[in-house]
Design a protein around this ligand. Structure first.
Ligand SMILES: Nc1nc2c(c(=O)[nH]1)N[C@H]1C(S)=C(S)[C@@H](COP(=O)(O)OP(=O)(O)OC[C@H]3O[C@@H](n4cnc5c(N)ncnc54)[C@H](O)[C@@H]3O)O[C@H]1N2
Ligand code: MOO
Length: 410
């Protein structure tokens, strides 16, 4: 049975919808290094305002602006020093007719309404200072200009008020959003649980890095595991036996352990298509999608999990994951869809009219050069800059014609 790209996409989206929506949540400490790129599962409201209290933006002197209103170079205002407030100190009181040295981040003393940076005082630096409970303050400071009310004062809650929404449910946590959550007094953050995936390769031809005759290194496991990690997937790679009955036992065990099983290879027209054979009695649904590469596709809905079956050629496997799975993972992770760009073709290319083709390409000096279509060319895949989609119904694109490209390998 043949199927359109659109229909197969819709089918997989429907299959994965419940898997993603039933993931559940977990709590992570706001200090956890696991938090970045996770997605919030609830609306999060500020326990504290940001800033948490009204504080000084400068190292300087806290004063009453009215007491400096007449200050000038010719007629300086000289005021005695009160206690000093450092960042982290409790709030002190500014006695009338005095100034209090304050450091950046310190609470604004009760009664003060302006900050004069220390370099604006006539000496330009602080004299010996005394903090509360350290003795009796002495010394004085001289000012030669007024300072407006509110100057260099950071108001409590001017960034975000207590009780305000910090991040709605579904927010992907960036380093800066983590700072906002921490600053708003939240210590435990509810996030969606990570998607657990078993990535299963198949084929007796898969050997290690020094393969025996007839064998090749496994390219799909490390490639797809790396890609899925980029989407925050908790991925486990396995090479399943190339025998349908043992493969089926392994799948039955895996479905209890993960949310989603991906298989790669073993689904086309050969005599030894282990995935197709093993899933035949388990609701396996295999068909040809009108795309190239990536034509052979399949899936199965098991009792406890879902299996997506991708073709084994590395280019086909990668593009299948990019077409059918990563768009859904982007939605799950609150990531934007990549946007296409437009560039002229360097050469004329033909395409099978009844298939949606995805061609790898180089983007050089503002032109797109289409690469060989072979779905086994792993190194060509690695050097490609872009993917050009040639839709069904188009049999030729001519040199100079503008095409839509999606960046790849970024
Ligand atoms: N008679 C037909 N033959 C094939 C058809 C077809 O329609 N009729 N489709 C071709 C297309 S298109 C593709 S794509 C492949 C898909 O085959 P399978 O999904 O069954 O995959 P395998 O046969 O297992 O492997 C295909 C190819 O990829 C290599 N491979 C597999 N796994 C890995 C891996 N982990 N790392 C690196 N390379 C891997 C494998 O050795 C094969 O060369 O079928 C075509 N045939
Ligand atoms: O469609 Mo296969 O996926 O070309 O190599």
């Amino acid at each position: 049975m043949s199927c359109t790209l659109k229909n197969h996409r819709a089918e997989l989206a429907e299959l994965l919808g419940p898997v993603f929506s039933n993931l559940g949540t977990q709590l992570l400490a706001v200090t956890s290094t696991e938090l970045c790129d996770r997605v919030t599962s609830e609306d999060l409201f500020a326990a504290l305002p940001i800033p948490a209290f009204t504080n000084s933006q400068m190292d300087g002197y806290a004063a009453r602006s009215a007491e400096l209103a007449s200050a000038s170079a010719d007629c300086p205002v000289i005021l005695p020093l009160g206690f000093t407030a450092a960042a982290g100190d409790r709030r002190i009181t500014l006695l009338p007719g005095s100034v209090s040295p304050v450091m950046t981040g310190a609470m604004i003393p009760e009664g003060a309404d302006t900050i004069i940076p220390v370099e604006e005082s006539s000496t330009g630096s602080f004299p010996d200072l005394v903090r509360a409970h350290q003795g009796t303050p002495s010394g004085q400071a001289t000012f030669t200009a007024p300072s407006k009310p509110g100057r260099f004062i950071r108001e409590a809650g001017e960034d975000l008020g207590a009780g305000a929404l910090v991040a709605p449910a579904g927010t992907r946590l960036t380093p800066t959003m983590i700072a906002a959550l921490a600053s708003s007094g939240l210590s435990e953050i509810p996030v969606r649980r990570t998607l657990k995936v078993a990535l299963c390769t198949t084929g007796d031809e898969l050997g290690g890095p020094n393969p025996a005759e007839g064998q090749i290194p496994d390219a799909n496991s490390p490639m797809l595991a790396a890609l899925l990690r980029r989407y925050g997937v908790d991925v486990r790679t396995l090479q399943l036996p190339d025998a349908p009955d043992r493969f089926a036992v392994a799948i039955d065990q895996l479905q209890e352990q993960v949310d989603l099983i991906l298989t790669v290879g073993g689904i086309s027209a050969g005599a030894y298509e282990v995935v197709r054979q093993a899933l035949a009695g388990r609701g396996g649904n295999f068909h040809h999608v009108a795309i190239q590469p990536g034509g052979p596709q399949g899936f199965a809905r098991l009792e406890h999990s879902v299996v997506l079956c991708f073709p084994g050629n590395p280019v086909s496997a990668l593009l299948s994951v990019e077409l059918f799975l990563t768009p859904l993972l982007r939605v799950l992770n609150g990531l934007p869809e990549p946007q296409p760009e437009h560039y002229p073709l360097a050469q004329t290319v033909s395409s099978p009219e009844h298939k949606h083709q995805m061609r790898r390409a180089l983007l050089r000096e503002g032109q797109v050069t289409i690469l060989d279509p072979g779905s086994h060319l792993v190194h060509d895949l690695a050097r490609a800059d872009a993917l050009v989609h040639i839709p069904v119904g188009v049999s030729e694109l001519t040199a100079g014609q503008s095409v839509e490209i999606w960046r790849m390998n970024v």
